[in-house]
Design a protein around this ligand. Structure first.
Ligand SMILES: [Zn+2]
Ligand SMILES: [Zn+2]
Length: 198
């Protein structure tokens, strides 16, 4: 079953981030990175899910997580990590979390969890009726932002003026397309994040 968002994007079954069947909030992702451990043995991050519960994600992979660390501005507090097919693991110090053995099951996203949830809601809402720039009421001949195809403007000038406020949101909406394009109710075929991550 598919649904079409206001901006024309196809939303496949179960792709709603608030669908707890496909994106259960505990020990599942996405979750937001809160702390990054010093890179001594391997990359480890402490993650907080949408309900505020914390867990650890440790990269037990061949390069110890270096490929993620080498991507500029990717592994950072306030960014989001998503893990496919997470397996709960109890670490030596009895803390719980995920032990990652396949890097293609992990994606870091340069947006906060809240930004992604807000973007998810926005994609499912009707398009704004008037120009999105502050204090502009124009509601005719609006042109959509080419990045997200959701915010709309009366012209280039107002689009440029609003970019500072819209940039993070636009990026979050784009990051969601990977999730929206998948039918999360079907698990016959295993899914992988494209690796290296975007
Ligand atoms: Zn305007
Ligand atoms: Zn945009």
């Amino acid at each position: 079953m598919t649904q079409t968002a206001a901006n024309g994007r196809i939303l496949r079954s179960g792709s709603h981030l608030k669908d707890t069947t496909t994106f259960p909030p505990f020990f599942s992702c996405p979750g937001e990175v809160k702390d990054i451990w010093p890179m001594i043995v391997r990359l480890m991050v402490d993650v907080e899910d949408i309900e505020g519960r914390k867990c650890r994600v440790a990269m037990h992979i061949q390069d110890r997580g270096m490929s993620f660390m080498q991507k500029k501005n990717l592994v950072k507090a306030g960014h989001t990590i998503a893990v496919l097919y997470p397996m709960s693991h109890q670490f030596m110090d009895f803390s719980e979390g995920f032990r990652i053995e396949d890097p293609s099951n992990v994606m870091f996203i340069r947006s906060s969890l809240k930004e992604l949830f807000d973007a998810d809601t926005k994609v499912r809402s009707p398009l704004p009726a008037k120009c999105c720039a502050d204090n502009c009421d124009k509601d005719e001949d609006l042109q959509a932002c080419s990045g997200c195809r959701i915010t709309r403007y009366c012209g280039k000038e107002h689009q440029a003026a609003h970019w500072g406020a819209h940039k993070a949101e636009c990026k979050a909406i784009s990051a969601l397309s990977w999730f929206h394009n998948k039918d999360w109710t079907r698990f016959q075929n295993r899914q992988w994040f494209s690796f290296p991550p975007p």
